[in-house]
Design a protein around this ligand. Structure first.
Ligand code: SF4
Length: 686
C-alpha cells in the first residue's frame, strides 16, 4: 500500500521527459511509476523501462559508498576498497591540483552527457570547468548533427506542439522509433488515427516496431534519406502540390530548389536509396494532397557523416507544401528553443574563458590516446571527472577508448549509480543519486512543458548528488562562483528569475508551466528563425560549423558516407534496443533478459549467401576491429543492410567488445556528431 503518490520527471535521454507519478512506499522506497494523468503530453503513459524503475532504484548492485581503486583498472568491484567521502574528494582534489601544476589547467577534462537531463545536476559540472579553466567539451553524442540540419532551414530549434498530432490527417515519423524509444508520441498518433482516420507513415531503414504499426513504411538504405526527400519534393513540384503562394511569402530560393530538383526524380532516388520509385511517388502524392500533415523528425537518420544534410532535406517538405499553415500541420524535431531558461548561473557561463581548448566528446578515444588532430601542441589529458555517461560503452572506437582509460598516467574520477565499465576504469568512484533522490528542473525537447521535480525519497546509502560533488570539489580546489554556495532549488529559483519566467511557486502544483507558443509563432507564420524570417532552401553550412566544405547548399544526397565496397559489402546501423534506451538500463537484469543477447539482423538472402542461419555466430568487422554477434534472419530491411540493436554492455559480447568497436570517431558534417549509423563492415562465420 503506497504511503502516497509523489511527482517527478523522467530524467533520461529521451525527448518525452515524462511527467511522473511515483508510488512512494516509505521515505526510502518507491513502487510502480506511472505517467502523470494530468499532464496533457504524458497523458498517463510511460515506457516499461521507467514503469519498473524501482528495480533499478533499489538494485543490490547500486554503488553505496565511495571507492578507491587498489587493483587493476577494469577489474570491477574486487579492485576497489571503500573510503569516506572526505578522503575520496580530498584525493580527487589533490590529483587535479597535481596534474594542473605539471601540465596547466587544460590537462583536466570534466566529461558528462545525458544520463540525467536535469539542468542543475547535468550541467553544473560546467560551472566547475569554467571557473578553473579546465578543457571544454563539444557535446556530440546525440543532437549535434540533427541540430545543424534543422537549423539550416528553419533557423531556430523549435516546431509545432506534439499535441497537434491529434489534429493531423497524416503523421510521418522519419528516422525515429517511438514505440521503443518515445512511447508518448504513439499516444497522440493513435488518437489521430482513431478519431480522424489519420494515415501513419514511417521512414526507417528497417522494420522497427513503429514501422510495423504504420500504414506505409518506406525503407531506405542507411544514409540515403536525403535522396528520398529530394525524390518526394520532385513529385511535389512536378505534380502541382507545391504551394506557390506560401513559397513566395515564407521561403527563399524556391525557384533554385525547383530547378535543382528537376533531375532528382523518384527513379534517381530509387537508384541511391533502394526505395521503389513508385513508393516514393505515392508517398509524395499522399503528402502533397494532405494539408494537415505532421512530420515528426527523429534523430536516427542524422547519425551519419551526411546526417545534417539529410535532416535538412527532410525539413524542406512542409515548406514546399505549406503544411506549416495548418493546425495539425508542420513539423517537430525538438523544442529546446521555446524554454528560454538562462543558464548563466547553472553553468557558470559568466566565467567561461573562450580561449580554453575544446574537445569533441565523441573523440574521447583519440583524445585519450594522444591524437595530434585533437591535442595539437597542447598538453595531454591526465585527469578526468565523469558524470552521467559511460564512454567505455557509448563512445565510438571502443578500442582506443579502452586504451586511453588504461593509461597509467591518467587519473579518473567517476560519479555514478552503478559500477559501469567506465567506473571500473576509475581511480576513485563516487556513488550518485538517482533522479528520485534530488531536486532539478527539466526542459522537454519533445513537448512544451518546463518541469521541476523535487526529491521523492532519501538517497540510497551514501549516494550524493552531482551538485554536492561539484560544490564540494569547488571548495577544495578554490573555484569561485556564487552558484557553489547555493542549493539546487535556490539555483532553479534564481535562474527562473534571471530568465523572466515565473518562479517555482507559480508552476502548476509546483510541477510545470506550459511554454506552448502562440499558433502563429509555433507555425512560423510570423517568421522563421533567420534574420530574413524565411525558410532557407539554400543552407548556409559555413555558419553552422567548421566542417562545412563537403555540404552542398541545396538539399541533396551527399555522398560522403562510409560506403559499402568489395571488402566491406554491408552497411551497418546500431540503434537502441527497446529495453535499454542507452547504456543506462543495461545494468538491470530484466532489461538484459528481455533483449536476450547481442544479435545482428540480416536479410534472409544475405544470411544464405554467407552460409549461415539464425542462431549462428557471425563476426562483423572493419579497419577498426571486429565483434562477434548472433545472426538473426530478418526480412524487414534491404539486402546489404545490417542492424545491431544495443546498447549492450561490452561484457555481454563474446569477446568483451561491443558494437562501438566498429563505429568511427570521424565527426559528422558540418559541426561534428557521432556517426553511429554510418559504418561499412564485412560479415563472416565466426
Ligand atoms: S518514454 Fe522516455 S521520458 Fe517517458 S518514461 Fe520512458 S524514457 Fe522516460
Amino acid at each position: 500500500m503506497p504511503l502516497d503518490n509523489a511527482y517527478s520527471v523522467c530524467p533520461h535521454d529521451c525527448p518525452s521527459t515524462c511527467a511522473l507519478e511515483v508510488e512512494r512506499l516509505d521515505e526510502r522506497t518507491v513502487g510502480r511509476i506511472h505517467g502523470a494523468r494530468d499532464n496533457p503530453y504524458t497523458a498517463g503513459v510511460v515506457c516499461a523501462k521507467v514503469a519498473r524503475y524501482a528495480e533499478r532504484q533499489h538494485h543490490p548492485l547500486r554503488l553505496s559508498t565511495p571507492l578507491l581503486r587498489t587493483g587493476e583498472k577494469g577489474a570491477g568491484f574486487d579492485a576497489f576498497k571503500p573510503i569516506s567521502w572526505d578522503d575520496a574528494l580530498d584525493r580527487v582534489a589533490e590529483e587535479f591540483m597535481r596534474a594542473v601544476q605539471r601540465y596547466g589547467s587544460e590537462t583536466v577534462w570534466p566529461f558528462y552527457y545525458a544520463g540525467t537531463m536535469g539542468l542543475v545536476q547535468r550541467d553544473g559540472i560546467n560551472r566547475l570547468r569554467y571557473a578553473l579553466k579546465y578543457s571544454r567539451q563539444h557535446s556530440t553524442f546525440c543532437v549535434t548533427l540533427a541540430d545543424a540540419g534543422w537549423n539550416a532551414g528553419t533557423g531556430v530549434k523549435r516546431g509545432v506542439s506534439p499535441l497537434e498530432i491529434a489534429d493531423s490527417d497524416l503523421v510521418i515519423v522519419w528516422g525515429g522509433n517511438p514505440v521503443s524509444t518515445q512511447v508518448n508520441v504513439m499516444t497522440h498518433i493513435t488518437k489521430a488515427r482513431r478519431e480522424r482516420g489519420a494515415k501513419f507513415v514511417v521512414v526507417d531503414p528497417y522494420r522497427t516496431p513503429t514501422a510495423e504499426a504504420a500504414d506505409i513504411h518506406l525503407m531506405p538504405k542507411p544514409g540515403t534519406d536525403g535522396a528520398v526527400a529530394c525524390g518526394v519534393m520532385h513529385v511535389l513540384f512536378k505534380e502541382g502540390f507545391a504551394d506557390r503562394a506560401y513559397l513566395a511569402k515564407y521561403t527563399s530560393d524556391a525557384a533554385a530548389l525547383e530547378a535543382h530538383l528537376a533531375t532528382r526524380t523518384p527513379e534517381w532516388a530509387e537508384a541511391i536509396s533502394g526505395v521503389p520509385a513508385a513508393e516514393i511517388a505515392d508517398f509524395a502524392r499522399l503528402y502533397g494532397r494532405t494539408k494537415k500533415s505532421f512530420l515528426r523528425v527523429g534523430y536516427g537518420f542524422s547519425r551519419s557523416r551526411n546526417g545534417a544534410a539529410q535532416l535538412f532535406a527532410v525539413t524542406c517538405l512542409p515548406a514546399v507544401t505549406g503544411a506549416w499553415q495548418h493546425k495539425g500541420g508542420g513539423a517537430l524535431f525538438a523544442n529546446a528553443g521555446i524554454y528560454g531558461v538562462d543558464r548563466t548561473l547553472i553553468e557558470g557561463l559568466d566565467v567561461l574563458d573562450p580561449g580554453t581548448r575544446i574537445f569533441d566528446q565523441s573523440r574521447i578515444g583519440p583524445v585519450l590516446t594522444g591524437d595530434k588532430r585533437d591535442l595539437g601542441d597542447g598538453p595531454p589529458v591526465t585527469a578526468l571527472l565523469i558524470q552521467n555517461t559511460n564512454p567505455m560503452v557509448v563512445a565510438p572506437e571502443t578500442l582506443s577508448v579502452r586504451e586511453g582509460f588504461r593509461r597509467s598516467d591518467l587519473f579518473t574520477c567517476v560519479h555514478e549509480q552503478f559500477m559501469t565499465e567506465t567506473a571500473a576504469m576509475a581511480d576513485v568512484v563516487l556513488p550518485a543519486t538517482t533522479f528520485l533522490e534530488h531536486d532539478d528542473i527539466y526542459t522537454g525537447g519533445g513537448h512544451t512543458f518546463l518541469q521541476i521535480a523535487r526529491k521523492v525519497v532519501e538517497p540510497y546509502a551514501e549516494a550524493r548528488t552531482n551538485h554536492y560533488v561539484i560544490t564540494d570539489l569547488a571548495r577544495r580546489l578554490g573555484a569561485q562562483h556564487r552558484g557553489f554556495g547555493m542549493t539546487e532549488m535556490e539555483i532553479i529559483a534564481e535562474s527562473l528569475r534571471l530568465s523572466g519566467l515565473p518562479g517555482p511557486d507559480s508552476f502548476y502544483q509546483g510541477r510545470w508551466i506550459d511554454r506552448t507558443l502562440p499558433f502563429e509563432t509555433a507555425h512560423f507564420l510570423d517568421g522563421f528563425g533567420h534574420a530574413d524570417k524565411r525558410f532557407h532552401f539554400k543552407a548556409d553550412w559555413a555558419s553552422l560549423g567548421p566542417l562545412h566544405h563537403e555540404l552542398p547548399a541545396l538539399p541533396d544526397h551527399v555522398d560522403i558516407i562510409d560506403k559499402a565496397d568489395a571488402e566491406h559489402p554491408f552497411r551497418m546501423m546500431a540503434p537502441p534496443a527497446r529495453s535499454f534506451l542507452n547504456s543506462t538500463f543495461n545494468n538491470t537484469p530484466s532489461g538484459v533478459a528481455r533483449e536476450g543477447k547481442p544479435s545482428v539482423l540480416i536479410h534472409p538472402d544475405d544470411l544464405t549467401a554467407l552460409g549461415l542461419a539464425t542462431g549462428d555466430r557471425v563476426r562483423l568487422g572493419n579497419r577498426l576491429g571486429s565483434v562477434v554477434v548472433n545472426a538473426k534472419s530478418f526480412d524487414g530491411l534491404q539486402r546489404g543492410v545490417l542492424v545491431v540493436e544495443g546498447i549492450w554492455p561490452n561484457a555481454a559480447y563474446e569477446e568483451g567488445l561491443g558494437i562501438n568497436v566498429l563505429i568511427s570517431a570521424d565527426p559528422g558534417r558540418p559541426n561534428g556528431g557521432g556517426v553511429f549509423h554510418d559504418t561499412a563492415v564485412w560479415a563472416r562465420a565466426a
